[in-house]
Design a binder for this molecule. Structure first.
Ligand SMILES: *Cc1c(COP(=O)(O)O)cnc(C)c1O
Length: 221
């Protein structure tokens, strides 16, 4: 199957309120351009340097999403263009994003990553910590970021019930936090679901899915 037909197939199954982020990490620009030519404009990368290089060479109407765990010292390289940062899990990181966004006179959208998986390896904050952060006075002073939603990754398992429960929990957290609207909080995106579980994620209320291998094929690390 070609990238274009994979995309077409996936898009055909998506409700119109669900945004598709094409996760292109490790893939060459030629593959991304195939997706671009098939109409895809939102790409997700998990390494800053790789995203910067692709941004430099590709058309400028692309929205670049950072989906990976982000180190604070890398924020400056993408602050000029990154559209949405999915994996934010601390106030410290938010402060750095705010500082770098200010230099470019931008407001950078961020999603708080909530830990929903049972594995230790997945990053993210607890729902309680997210609530505390969203209510903090320190957050209010960050005028160059906007928290526009939540993101989560389910456990890597065949147990569909477990995955479903994890997504359910994230959606519930999203619904609970949604009323907290301020100048820099506007929770509209719920980023959950990847190639293996995006249908389940959508059935549980996802509004943004991050799909890589089902579009571009398996990755060889
Ligand atoms: C790689 C990655 C994806 C996409 O994974 P696929 O299984 O290839 O669809 C989604 N989200 C995050 C955070 C990733 O790192």
């Amino acid at each position: 199957m070609s990238i274009a037909s994979n995309l077409k197939h996936i898009r055909a199954t998506l409700p119109k309120e669900v945004t598709l982020v094409a996760v292109s990490k490790t893939k060459p620009v030629s593959s991304l351009m195939e997706a671009y030519q098939a109409g895809q404009r939102i790409f997700g990368e998990n390494k800053v340097q790789e995203m910067v290089e692709k941004h430099d060479t590709m058309p400028k109407d692309i929205e670049w999403h950072m989906i990976g765990h982000l180190q604070r010292n890398k924020v400056k390289y993408m602050a000029e263009f990154v559209h949405l940062i999915h994996g934010v899990d601390s106030l410290k990181l938010l402060k750095e994003i705010n500082k770098q966004a200010q230099k470019h006179d931008r407001i950078i959208e961020c999603l708080l990553q909530i830990k929903i998986a049972s594995e230790d390896s997945k990053f993210g904050m607890s729902a309680n910590d997210a609530e505390t952060l969203l209510n903090s006075d320190e957050l209010k002073s960050l005028q160059h970021i906007c928290i526009t939603g939540l993101m989560g990754m389910a456990t890597f398992t065949d147990d569909t019930i477990q995955i479903q429960n994890e997504f359910k929990f994230l959606k519930q957290t999203f619904d609970e936090l949604k009323p907290l609207e301020t100048a820099n909080i506007n929770l509209k995106h719920l980023s959950m679901g990847m190639s293996g579980d995006y249908k389940l994620a959508i059935s549980q209320g996802s509004t943004m899915i991050r799909v890589g291998s089902s579009i571009f094929g398996e990755r060889n690390y």
